[in-house]
Design a protein. Structure first.
Length: 236
């Protein structure tokens, strides 16, 4: 971990001081504040409050993370990945963890609403912690997707478009799964592919092995795909 720490700190600093990163934090907190004031917390239950923020977090990550590798490619820094004493995998992990930590800190700020509510009435802390965990898992998934999207091009805008296309694909699987007959074997498979299905399970406090494996396997797969993508680009 010591090897990737300098890159991790540098990436985290770039996210923290970039106008995209700061704008994302502000917008997410505005949405959270408006949702709170409009009654997204019902009788101390924070399940709907956190589900309201799932999509804004996903979109913000795809936008902020789009510059991660696209900017490196634009500046011609890809070749440095192979002259660096660090392995390509270490560099990708540093960028990935920096993006995860940046948005995890943003998600942590949402505890303010839980503590505020707790002053006036009893709240369900189970819904707070399960909602927070579900947001963290969404952050992990979309950080890996954003890193992959940024490796496909040297244009940040195109990287954002690719990221949103991938988001729409897995999101539509969830909508499609909800519209099919639950007794069909295909319905179960389609639901398992969608992150929204697993997000809702964990947000409701239902922790199954399938949900945890989904949020572990998808980031690992996307980061491995990113590594292969970069190696292929360098080779040709």
């Amino acid at each position: 971990m010591k090897k990737i720490l300098p890159i991790f700190k540098n990436e985290l600093r770039l996210y923290s001081y970039s106008w995209l990163g700061l704008s994302s934090l502000i917008i997410i907190n505005i949405i959270a504040g408006m949702g709170y004031l409009l009654g997204s917390v019902s009788f101390g239950n924070f399940q709907y409050f956190f589900s309201l923020l799932e999509m804004p977090f996903a979109w913000a990550i795809l936008i902020v993370g789009s510059r991660s590798l696209a900017k490196d490619k634009e500046l011609g820094m890809f070749s440095l990945f192979f002259t660096s004493p660090l392995k390509l995998r270490d560099i990708l992990l540093a960028k990935f963890f920096a993006l995860v930590v940046f948005f995890a800190l943003c998600a942590t700020s949402l505890f303010f609403y839980a503590f505020l509510s707790n002053i006036f009435f009893n709240i369900s802390w189970m819904t707070v912690w399960s909602g927070y965990l579900s947001l963290l898992l969404v952050i992990v998934i979309f950080s890996s997707i954003s890193i992959f999207a940024s490796s496909c091009t040297d244009n940040t805008i195109i990287a954002i478009v690719i990221g949103f296309a991938l988001w729409m694909l897995i999101y539509l699987f969830g909508s499609l799964g909800n519209g099919l007959d639950p007794n069909l074997p295909l319905t179960s498979l389609i639901r398992e592919i969608s992150y929204t299905y697993h997000f809702k399970n964990i947000g409701a406090g239902v922790f199954s092995l399938a949900d945890i494996l989904y949020f572990v396997c998808v980031p690992v797969f996307m980061l491995k795909l990113t590594e292969s993508k970069i190696l292929t680009q360098i080779a040709y």
